[in-house]
Design a protein around this ligand. Structure first.
Ligand SMILES: [Zn+2]
Length: 41
């Protein structure tokens, strides 16, 4: 089982079943991440 993590706030978004990877990074839709979406500062 793997874990999907928000790379902006490090929150655990979801879990998935995949034998190849343990962690995946994506963006959650929380207020903080929505504001900084697309900004790399
Ligand atoms: Zn987030």
């Amino acid at each position: 089982m793997g874990t999907l993590i928000c790379h902006t706030c490090n929150a655990t978004i979801d879990h998935f079943e995949d034998e190849k990877v343990t962690f995946l990074y994506s963006n959650c839709e929380c207020e903080n991440c929505s504001q900084n979406n697309g900004d790399n500062e």
